[in-house]
Design a protein around this ligand. Sequence first.
Ligand SMILES: CC(C)(COP(=O)(O)OP(=O)(O)OC[C@H]1O[C@@H](n2cnc3c(N)ncnc32)[C@H](O)[C@@H]1OP(=O)(O)O)[C@@H](O)C(=O)NCCC(=O)NCCS
Length: 222
Amino acid sequence: MENQTLLTARPDANLHAAIAAVRSPETTTSDWKQALPVLTGSMVTLRELRLSDATSLLAMLSTQEVARFISPPPTTVEGFERFIAWTHRERAAGNYACFAVVPNGTDTAIGIFQVRQLEPGFGTAEWGFAIGSAFWGTGVFMDGARMVIDFAFDTIHTHRLEARAAIRNGRGNGALRKLGAMQEGILRKSFLRNGEYLDQALWTILDEDWRAQRIVWGVQIH
Ligand SMILES: CC(C)(COP(=O)(O)OP(=O)(O)OC[C@H]1O[C@@H](n2cnc3c(N)ncnc32)[C@H](O)[C@@H]1OP(=O)(O)O)[C@@H](O)C(=O)NCCC(=O)NCCS
């Protein structure tokens, strides 16, 4: 995991302002390389990883059910601390962003969302995510995912956001489908896990599709 990263017009001005108030980062959009913005949703806050997150992330992400279809996470607190330090260096270099997922009202990281550039300037980027299994099916993923995708399109100006999910990963594929991602194809035997090459689905979201879809969600929020 240390070197492989595990995402118009508005119906009315009031709605636009309401969504902006919920989603607006605490820092300006241009300085994410200095420090990631804090993104606040209805269930979770996304913020920069801290070294002190290592213990909870080890507990949340090293379980068999979480780690089964992702690049092997670190197996020790020290390993997670090294990973967290690496995320800070990669963010400062402008290559990558990794957010901690923190349920509102707590200060405990229960998962991560990652975005990395696939070409200089982030025109095409890849995102990935992992959340502690106690929080699966709770809505935490969707809340965080929407904010990360907004960040990718609005702040770092990605136009195409890719995700890869092992075909056998029912929840990973189900989550991407639910977000409106398009499955473009199957990458045959593209992911080596536990000595076996797995097929992966390639899922993409384009900036224009996301903005059109956001209008629909905005109406539902209202
Ligand atoms: C991927 C992950 C972040 C998604 O979070 P989550 O809380 O499980 O996601 P959700 O429950 O919101 O959405 C998953 C959807 O897949 C559906 N699903 C579950 N098992 C499924 C299966 N076997 N086949 C198809 N769909 C399935 C769920 O029903 C749900 O859809 P619904 O809300 O319409 O019912 C989480 O499962 C996780 O951390 N998994 C381990 C790490 C991982 O695999 N990361 C993804 C790499 S691509």
